[in-house]
Write a protein that binds this ligand. Sequence first.
Ligand code: 5GP
Ligand code: ZN
Length: 115
Amino acid sequence: MSSSCIFCRIGSGEIQATIVLRDDEIVAFRDLSPQAPTHLLIIPTRHVASLDRAEPGDAALLGKMLLVARDLARKEGIAADGYRVVTNSGPAGGQSVFHLHLHLIGGRPMAWPPG
Ligand code: 5GP
Ligand code: ZN
């Protein structure tokens, strides 16, 4: 836990967020500035700065985060039409909060490639 990290503080419950799932390793909550009708963030409660900083021992956690994203897409009712799961890593990748997170985005059509 990093006391200066906003997602650590959301994970610990110190900062309020609209939590949609919590277990012993992962928290999912609604993005404060949603880019689509469904926009959830899926984080490990343990501080990992980015995908680039993940280690081999994080493999099971990373896989679990993806399956949580899949399950939440179904729960949100966006799985049938399709959705996007993305992680931004580093400044050029568009990362602004340096605690690993998956964006689960759906509920509208999306373009590719991203800008
Ligand atoms: P990134 O740019 O790092 O990939 O994504 C960070 C995301 O976190 C952004 O979509 C931003 O809207 C969201 N965010 C930043 N601060 C907060 C916050 O305090 N609460 C919530 N729920 N989302 C946040
Ligand atoms: Zn953190």
